[in-house]
Design a protein around this ligand. Structure first.
Ligand SMILES: Nc1ncnc2c1ncn2[C@@H]1O[C@H](COP(=O)(O)OP(=O)(O)OP(=O)(O)O)[C@@H](O)[C@H]1O
Ligand SMILES: [Mg+2]
Length: 272
């Protein structure tokens, strides 16, 4: 049994996370401006490059074959680099916009949200933070998002938190399994978001270590964890259930088989 000080410590950690949210909103805001510069200057450079290519084209006959080839190769590379700079910067702008959206909402505020994009963003956020923290962490992620969904009213910062919690657990489960089995194991996580007339259905499935009956029973208890100290507080699933069931009036369920894997499902009613 853990001591009262231990619980105090864990609660403090949660509070720190909340102020981290404010901090990241501030940073996101500051990052937006330089990113816009990157995009605008890249687009201008792209146009200049096209002009230069045209001039070269017009003066083909004045250049040696070799020079012409070198110029063609270089301008092709430059074109591609510019495309990449723009597309990556636009991706960063989207992430920043999401962070701002998450933190702008007042507590418990339902906001029209692109659910697929939020899920995708946090799935990859989790993946990258796992990669930063665990050596040799490499998994394949399969994604399926139902296209053409309108914005849906959810509490974005809470829904993203729920996705992050379940995704972190899934990553950890496949990583754990990878440590204990032979080479031919291919860690995999499948994520899907679908919509019916009345519900958003989010599924996150892993082929990790799965759960024993005891773990299944205690899964949602506060501070229940099987992870070593410092790697889990045991609050993730308790918070997630609260978010899905109490805050969104939805349902969370799972199936899990020891040694095979686990699938979590969120069913969230669509608010009109
Ligand atoms: N996908 C999963 N596969 C296997 N076990 C899982 C999975 N998800 C949760 N568990 C088990 O449930 C326990 C509780 O999960 P929970 O997310 O609440 O806490 P935690 O991950 O240990 O800590 P944290 O508070 O950092 O999330 C985990 O320690 C793990 O044993
Ligand atoms: Mg967890």
């Amino acid at each position: 049994m853990e001591s009262a000080e231990y619980y105090q410590e864990q609660l403090k950690k949660q509070e720190k996370l909340a102020s981290l949210g404010l901090l990241s909103a501030g940073i996101a805001h500051e990052v937006q401006n330089p990113l816009n510069f990157v995009i605008n200057f890249s687009k201008t450079s792209q146009k200049l490059l096209r002009d230069i290519s045209e001039i070269i084209d017009d003066n083909k006959d004045k250049l040696s074959k070799e020079d012409l080839e070198d110029l063609d190769l270089a301008s092709e590379d430059l074109h591609q680099n510019m495309e990449k700079i723009i597309s990556h910067a636009e991706r960063a702008v989207n992430i920043v916009r999401d962070i701002l959206l998450m933190s702008r909402g007042k507590e418990n505020e339902f906001l029209p949200t692109d659910v697929c994009r939020v899920v995708k963003e946090y799935v990859w956020l989790s993946y990258h933070s796992m990669r930063a923290n665990f050596k040799n962490f490499n998994i394949s992620i399969k994604e399926q998002y139902q296209a053409g969904a309108p914005l849906m009213k959810v509490i974005p910062q809470d829904l993203s938190r729920a996705v992050l919690n379940v995704m972190n657990n899934a990553c950890y489960a496949v990583w754990q399994k990878q440590q204990s089995v032979q080479d031919d194991y291919k860690p995999e996580i499948s994520v899907s978001v679908n919509f019916t007339d009345s519900q958003i259905i989010i599924k996150i499935a892993d082929n990790g270590e799965g759960m024993s009956d005891e773990v299944k029973q205690k899964l949602y208890e506060n501070f229940f964890t099987t992870k070593p100290a410092g790697q889990g507080t045991g609050l993730g699933m308790a918070i997630t259930r609260d978010i899905i069931e109490n805050k969104h009036g939805g349902k969370i369920s799972f199936t899990s088989e020891l040694g095979k894997g686990t699938e979590f499902k969120f069913e969230v009613p669509i608010k009109k």
